[in-house]
Design a binder for this molecule. Structure first.
Ligand SMILES: Nc1ncnc2c1ncn2[C@@H]1O[C@H](COP(=O)(O)OP(=O)(O)OP(=O)(O)O)[C@@H](O)[C@H]1O
Length: 378
């Protein structure tokens, strides 16, 4: 369950309006506002000047035979060193697409980046092709997926599958010893090395996947819904394990989940995505205490299993946006309980929500509350 107060989306605080990563077609890709980068005071322990991963105002479409899906229409995020950062949002909001784009794991010829930028350790990888991406995979970036069975080779013992990554990224290592170390790290007995994937439980397979990824010595581990297919107890074990691994190995984790409770338990900072846009970001405690975007507030109500006067669980009324069109305004417009005049026609600049400079939401209502602080330029 998500803890925190019960502020409504109207209960938003004032503060200066930082510069917004501008909309594609209006100003082109721009650096994220300084306030959207973590400082040592908030959102992480040891954050250096160059984030491991930066995604700036990313626009991406899937060109299908009969239609175009504008999956990302302004996704912005960064992950610093030793941080656990979460992306939360409902199905179709673009969470997996932004993560896969950052690892070059999108279908070539179908997915097209049409604006914005991706940087890995400061290097622009936005236009990387199929030959360049493999150099980044495993190290410095590795990914674990929701469904280990689709990733693991069913006819190869898991020890050998772990050893393959070790051989590539850690060629000098004693492979047998390293496999045993990695299994121990993910809290599996050494004998598991002799097993085939189908002989293991779902939770054990997820740990094997984690061992394979860690064998590549990543600096950033991207975990896409790693616990969704697991029962509640196993979910909690995997979350605790991920946190311990971050502490032991001092790596960064980007956790993707539709479940705000999972993200809230584990992450230092959160990004909320909706309709292909980043709509809020901030240190987890700040976002939960005072959500700045009405969509984040709706997610919190759903996560708390709040019931309405008829005893029904709170859901966000309305339908997600149609991604076949590029929407000029806020994608939550039409579904938003606190909509104001420009929402349907122009996407807002970011505005500071709470005390932390890193707590921002992209919401016209907040911008209006800030009116007079800083000129709005979107
Ligand atoms: N390979 C693909 N080809 C075409 N459309 C795609 C592809 N992958 C994703 N999409 C579409 O892009 C949009 C964003 O999908 P994405 O998987 O990134 O969202 P998500 O927030 O991760 O949702 P989920 O939690 O259901 O995976 C959706 O409309 C989805 O149907």
């Amino acid at each position: 369950m998500v803890d925190g107060g019960d502020p409504g989306p109207g209960d938003l605080r004032h503060g200066p309006v930082p510069e917004h990563p501008r909309r594609r077609g209006q100003h082109g890709a721009q650096p994220a506002p300084a306030a959207d980068r973590p400082g040592p005071a908030e959102g992480g322990d040891t954050v250096t000047a160059t984030p491991l991963l930066e995604v700036e105002d990313l626009h991406l479409s899937y060109e299908l035979r009969d239609r175009t899906v504008h999956a990302l229409q302004g996704a912005t995020l960064h992950v610093g060193r030793s941080e656990i950062v979460g992306i939360v949002g409902e199905s179709g909001s673009g969470k997996s697409t932004v993560a896969r784009a950052a690892l070059g794991l999108l279908p070539w010829g179908v997915a097209h980046i049409t604006g914005g930028a991706i940087r890995v350790e400061g290097a622009d990888v936005t236009r990387f092709g199929p030959r360049q991406w493999p150099k980044l995979r495993g190290h410095p970036l590795a990914m674990v997926f929701q469904d280990p069975l689709s990733f693991l080779n069913p006819v190869v013992r898991v020890g050998r599958q772990i050893a393959e990554g070790v051989a590539k990224h850690d060629p000098g290592a004693d492979r047998t010893r390293r496999v045993a170390e990695l299994l121990d790290l993910v809290r599996l007995p050494a004998e598991v090395a002799q097993s085939f994937p189908h002989e293991l439980s779902g939770g054990m397979r997820q740990r094997v996947l984690l061992a394979i990824a860690l064998g590549c010595r990543p600096k950033l581990l991207v975990a896409d819904e790693p616990t969704t297919a697991l029962d509640v107890t196993t979910q909690a074990d995997i979350i605790a394990l991920l946190r311990d691994i971050r502490d032991t190995l001092d790596l960064s984790i980007l956790l993707i989940s539709h479940d705000l409770a999972v993200v809230a338990t584990m992450c230092d900072r959160i990004y909320t995505m909706y309709g292909g846009h980043t709509v809020e970001t901030g240190p987890t405690a700040d976002v939960l205490r005072r959500p700045g975007h009405p969509y984040t507030y709706g997610l919190m109500q759903s996560a708390r299993a709040v019931r309405d006067e008829h005893g029904r669980y709170a859901t966000i009324p309305g339908q997600p946006p149609n991604l076949a069109v590029e929407f000029p305004g806020c994608p939550f417009s039409g579904r938003c309980p606190v909509e104001v005049e420009p929402c349907g026609t122009r996407f807002p600049p970011s505005a500071r929500v709470s005390g932390a400079e890193t707590h921002l939401a992209w919401c016209w209502r907040l911008v209006e509350q800030h009116a007079g602080d800083v000129a709005v330029t979107a």
